[in-house]
Design a protein. Structure first.
Length: 95
């Protein structure tokens, strides 16, 4: 799945499977992706409260889990569309 940053931050496109997504700073309001192959942290979203940031991460995880499908004995996982999660702007998140 591709992660697309907030429009206000600029266009950043990161593969979910090749990074670590986490909250950064004391208030836990900034969502960051650690891109393992580049070995750097990339800010992809910022919110005015930790509640909003955690809600967005929950929504992202639920979307990822919803589109993951298991079939057969080996449970091969693949995605059905959509394959993108775009981080919403701060004012679009309701808690």
């Amino acid at each position: 799945m591709r992660l697309i940053s907030q429009k206000s931050i600029g266009y950043i496109d990161v593969e979910y499977e090749k990074g670590i997504v986490f909250l950064r700073n004391e208030e836990k309001r900034t969502i960051v992706v650690y891109a393992a192959n580049d070995r750097k942290q990339i800010v992809i979203a910022a919110y005015d409260s930790g509640y909003k940031a955690r809600k967005v991460l929950k929504d992202m995880r639920e979307l990822y889990e919803y589109y993951m499908i298991a079939e057969g004995y080996q449970k091969v996982f693949y995605f059905a569309p959509p394959k993108i999660f775009e981080f919403p702007e701060n004012n679009a998140v309701e808690v």
